[in-house]
Design a protein around this ligand. Structure first.
Ligand code: NDP
Length: 318
């Protein structure tokens, strides 16, 4: 089974944008090749943006999966091996010599659930880890703002003021240890930021973009640090953002704004994975997954990234 994009993304993502098809997988496996069966899939916001991979109608949907080798003529990948590969939204994959570049390195999971290799121990976790520590460079006593805080990336930050789009997520953020939490759908953003941080924020880890960003920048301290992780509020927009020019505030507040592409630290991911695994075992990092069952639910899980249905990391189990 494999999902294709049926119609070009236009505005809000719809379940009807996708088509599930079936294809024969060749059982004529040559030397060096092996066949995998997916155990877990991930859906991530980049699949909507064409920033990482361009997806046109008729194309297979891209993305990572954790899968098990079920037939093999490759001694490095015997039957039963677990791999993390960029095989897309498909149930079975014949990994040929030509397709080896789609194999990623599987983190050392120890006793941790395999699905975490797509979340806290995978790309979103490494985004939070390196993006926050290397770019925001938090210092003791800093006041930090995280939006999209109940999502796969945002919920893995450490401190302090977090916001999300519903009260259940906000309660979870409180349980995680966020010092202050608010539901951005229920408040005046500017008034709330002023109340929670009267002297302004030292750091802002921005997952959302758009009007939120323009408002939040005005609540930064002079020379505050901002990491632009993503701008999910704009991914479904057909028209370019027409809001105010954010660099006016960047200029007057002398902000240090840094863009983030998590793969820049790819060679250092093993270091991040090791620390993250220890923090998870110690309970210092708590994670949540919204689990969908069966490849048939992948579009529903994807839509859930944009309508806020999912909390923590969206995972689809086979
Ligand atoms: P999430 O798990 O956070 O899922 C998306 C969440 O974003 C939703 O649940 C919703 O939560 C929130 N959201 C959706 N639409 C809006 C909106 N219009 N306004 C405000 N919030 C909205 O996804 P990820 O953690 O995987 O990704 C978070 C961000 O990080 C994205 O912008 C993504 O593109 C970016 N990213 C960047 C990477 C990099 O290398 N720079 C790598 C990975 C991700 P709520 O209920 O709070 O509205």
């Amino acid at each position: 089974k494999v999902w294709k994009l049926k119609t070009e993304f236009s505005g809000k993502v719809e379940i009807s944008d996708f088509e599930l098809t079936e294809e024969e997988v060749s059982d004529n496996i040559k030397d060096g090749e092996f066949l995998t069966e997916a155990l877990y899939w991930t859906v991530d916001p980049y699949m909507r943006t064409n920033n990482v991979v361009t997806v046109l109608p008729g194309d297979y949907m891209p993305g990572e999966q954790i899968s098990k080798v079920i037939t093999s003529k490759n001694s490095s990948y015997p039957v039963g091996s677990i791999v993390r590969a960029f095989s897309g939204w498909r149930s079975h994959t014949l990994v040929t010599r030509d397709a080896f570049q789609m194999l990623g390195r599987m983190p050392d999971m120890g006793d941790l659930p395999l699905s975490l290799a797509l979340g806290a121990m995978g790309m979103p976790g490494m985004t939070a880890y390196f993006g926050f520590l290397e770019l925001c460079k938090p210092k003791k006593g800093d006041i930090i703002l995280v939006n999209g805080a109940a999502g796969a990336v945002g919920s893995l930050g450490c401190e302090v003021v977090g916001c999300a789009g519903n009260d259940i997520k906000c309660k979870w953020l409180k349980d995680l240890g966020f010092d202050k939490v608010f539901n951005y759908n229920k408040v005046c953003l500017s008034d709330t930021l002023k109340t929670v941080a009267p002297d302004g924020f030292d750091c802002f880890f921005d997952n959302v973009g758009g009007d939120f960003t323009c408002t939040a920048l005005k609540h930064m301290k002079q020379c505050g640090r901002v990491t632009i992780c993503g701008y999910i509020s704009l991914y479904n927009d057909e028209m370019p953002f027409k809001g105010e020019y954010p660099f006016k505030t960047v200029n007057t507040k002398e902000l240090q704004v840094k863009g983030l592409v998590a793969t820049r630290w790819y060679t250092r991911w093993p270091e991040g994975e090791k620390v993250m695994a220890q923090w998870i075992k110690d309970g210092a990092i708590k994670y949540k997954e919204t689990i969908y069952r069966g490849i048939e639910t992948m579009p529903q899980a994807f839509v859930g990234l944009f309508d806020g249905t999912n909390t923590g990391k969206a995972i689809i189990s086979a």
